[in-house]
Design a protein around this ligand. Structure first.
Ligand code: 1HN
Length: 325
């Protein structure tokens, strides 16, 4: 990239005084040839984070905390910048008898239940039951709270598009509740969007896929969660998927522009991201940055859940993928 040599006549200083930048200097920084995300591959071991989450369970109640949530902060970002630039992955703990108060925000949220049962989440007053492995949606601006009526602590992964909303400056939040009664909606919101995708059904579908198709060289048996009312993605800002990898699966390298967060729901394996190997087992969470070549291997039969902002990129017409990169 041509660099404009000596600043004759202090041109650059003079334009800087007017809050103006010369686009011909260091253009590659603003228009790179390919994505160069400011965040990095990372993995959070559930065995390490779980005790820390339970420690929070002893020092702060869900009511006091609002949400007893640990945000998985990308090591290359700081503060609440996120797990990727657009997304948060968090772990939330709720104890038997606790309630997390209702609120709403423009961020869309999803839950993936990791342990426990007997809690429900409310979405615009509808009661949505939560069981291990279930994928549950809280659409943008819907009132939501959590109530735990079961016997054992419950932990779930929260996925939110906080970074995306921050970039667009579209974040609104409102505490409180419309004080509607909680009714079991059968997992449907006002008869339209499906809010709960039970794991037992999703798992059955993976097994059917395994019987009737060949595994994809990069993704094994992969299926996306869709909204049955229109066949589109289950969420408006996040693509969510499940992958089943056979024991011994040794996947081809893959790249895509959607930085993706994976959660191991079953089994063990490892994922190479760039030059590094990340071994994972049940309930570990890892993040693959945008355009980072990666390949999965499974040492046992394994199921990975994933979420990313792919659908947003597809709506904008900018999503890209490449195989064998
Ligand atoms: C939130 O509202 C929840 O409602 C969970 O359970 C995690 C992380 C960031 C911002 C809001 C919840 C969250 C959150």
């Amino acid at each position: 990239m041509a660099r404009i040599p000596p600043d004759h006549g202090s041109y650059y200083d003079r334009i800087a005084a007017h809050h103006v930048l010369p686009l011909w200097v260091d253009t590659g920084k603003y228009v790179p040839m390919a994505p160069s995300p400011p965040y990095e591959p990372a993995l959070w071991k559930y065995s390490e984070i779980r005790p820390l989450l339970f420690e929070a369970g002893e020092v702060i109640s869900a009511e006091e905390a609002g949400r007893r949530v640990l945000v998985l902060q990308n090591p290359a970002l700081s503060g609440f910048d996120g797990t990727t630039r657009s997304l948060y992955a968090c772990l939330q703990l709720i104890m038997p008898g606790e309630q997390a108060p209702e609120h709403r925000h423009t961020q869309s949220a999803m839950r993936l239940v990791l342990e426990g049962d007997g809690a429900f989440t409310t979405v615009d007053g509808d009661r949505v039951e939560m069981e291990a492995g279930d994928f549950i949606i809280t659409p943008s601006w819907s009132w939501h709270g959590h109530v735990h009526e079961g016997e054992t602590p419950m932990v779930w992964l929260d996925g939110l598009d906080n970074g995306l909303m921050a970039q667009l400056d579209t974040t609104f939040f409102e505490p409180g509740s419309p004080a509607q009664p909680h009714e079991d909606s059968g997992g449907k919101k006002q008869g339209s969007r499906l809010l709960r995708y039970p794991y037992c059904k999703a798992r059955e579908n993976l097994d059917i896929l395994r019987k009737v198709t060949e595994p994809d060289a990069c993704h094994g048996y992969r299926m996306e969660y869709l909204d049955p009312s229109d066949g589109g993605p289950a969420m408006s800002t996040m693509t969510t998927a499940l992958m089943l990898l056979d024991q011994g699966f040794d996947g081809d390298s893959y790249q895509c522009t959607d930085g993706t967060i994976f959660v191991a729901l079953e089994g063990e394996g490892e994922t190479t991201m760039g030059e590094r190997n990340f071994a994972w087992k049940r309930h570990d969470v890892f993040v693959v940055p945008s355009w980072c070549p990666h390949a999965h291997r499974a040492t046992t039969d394994a199921v990975l859940f994933s979420f990313s902002d792919r659908i947003v990129q597809q709506k904008l017409g900018v999503w890209r993928e490449a195989r064998g990169g």
